[in-house]
Design a protein around this ligand. Structure first.
Ligand SMILES: Nc1nc2c(ncn2[C@@H]2O[C@H](COP(=O)(O)OP(=O)(O)OP(=O)(O)O)[C@@H](O)[C@H]2O)c(=O)[nH]1
Ligand SMILES: [Mg+2]
Ligand SMILES: [Zn+2]
Length: 313
């Protein structure tokens, strides 16, 4: 049903770029054409997409999903643990179940699939190795998607849409070859779209997005989004340990003993750095806001620092 969001909905959710996202349950009034979305029901879950570093407003990618299927490929484009780990962390923050799907196993060399998935199997992450073109793992994938709402996320060209077509022939999701020159996808899927599957369950196909941001995350929370870090987080010498390279850090110690994969720790450090940056950006913003309010209350004191806001000082 073609509908537009009622203007007051935008006012009610000023923290979000748009009041409705794919997956929302809404009340519509069909007296007009197009109809009007009047109400949004409370959300069970929310998954955010990457915005800038200073997140003033949230961009909700999907509402009310149950699980995230992190789609990556062995090559074309090459598997990047940091991209996959970022989505896994975002799913953990959102409280969603996650599965790591390694696609294009038909392009893998001997032992490569095991090597790439090893760190994930080690901490109990659910994984599926697939080939949309050859059919490997497609039955297991169909099974994993049934009975719930699953978001497919991953870089352009990894094969999200191809996998959906393989799970349900006739679904007709548009796919396109990755660029020969760059080895990257061509952003074939351009909109977030929820599709019901005949085999049961709903899937949300998404464009290959840059990644997910962790919404308003505190640096000290990030370790909790890495399942295998859990037993070590409370064992560090310092209670405020950030698990970078502090003496007596149990997480860093676990890398040496092989309990935590170095690549996973590198992904953690990347997210930590971002969280620290956006925390300090927020505190600069906060100080500026404070100064503005301060100035408003002493209007007649002149405008000697008026242009400071323009150059971002
Ligand atoms: N060799 C091989 N190629 C595959 C496989 N799965 C998908 N492809 C190819 O990879 C290319 C990209 O597939 P898409 O399904 O469009 O990828 P996507 O993840 O949906 O990409 P965006 O919509 O741009 O985000 C297409 O040429 C597919 O035919 C696979 O398992 N093996
Ligand atoms: Mg696609
Ligand atoms: Zn530590």
């Amino acid at each position: 049903m073609p509908c537009a969001a009622r203007g007051t909905l935008f006012l009610r959710y000023p923290e979000e770029t748009r009041p409705i996202a794919v997956g929302d349950v809404v009340e519509v009034d069909l007296a007009t054409e197009p109809g009007s979305v009047e109400e949004r029901h409370p959300r069970r879950t929310v998954l955010f997409r990457a915005a800038g570093n200073v997140e003033r407003r949230a961009q909700v990618l999907v509402a009310n999903a149950d699980a995230v299927l992190v789609v990556s490929s062995v090559r074309q484009p090459v598997f990047r643990p940091q991209g996959a780990d970022r989505v896994l962390a975002a799913a953990a923050q959102a409280g969603l179940d996650s599965i790591l799907c390694l696609n294009k196993v038909d392009l893998a060399r001997a032992g490569e699939v095991e090597r790439l998935l090893g760190p994930y199997l080690a901490f109990g992450c659910r994984t599926i190795a697939t080939s949309a073109s050859r059919g490997d793992g497609v039955d297991a994938l169909r099974e994993a998607l049934s009975g719930r709402v699953t978001v497919l996320a991953g870089v352009s060209g990894a094969g999200k849409s191809s996998l959906l077509n393989a799970v349900e022939p006739g679904l007709g999701q548009r796919v396109a070859a990755v660029s020969k020159k760059t080895g990257e996808g061509r952003h074939t899927t351009t909109a977030v779209e929820m599709l019901p599957l005949r085999s049961g369950g709903d899937v949300v196909d998404t464009p290959g997005i840059r990644g997910f941001s962790l919404w308003k995350v505190e640096p000290r929370e990030i370790g909790h989004f890495f399942a295998e870090f859990q037993p070590f987080l409370s064992q560090c010498r310092y209670v405020d340990c950030r698990h970078e390279r502090e003496p007596g850090c149990a997480v860093v110690g676990a890398i040496a003993s092989g309990a935590i994969a170095r690549s996973r720790h590198a992904s953690y450090l990347a997210l930590l750095r971002e969280a620290v940056e956006s925390e300090s950006a927020r505190s600069v913003e906060g100080k500026r806001e404070g100064r503005r309010t301060g100035r408003a209350s002493r209007e007649d004191e002149g405008d000697e620092d008026e242009d400071e806001d323009e150059d971002g000082t």
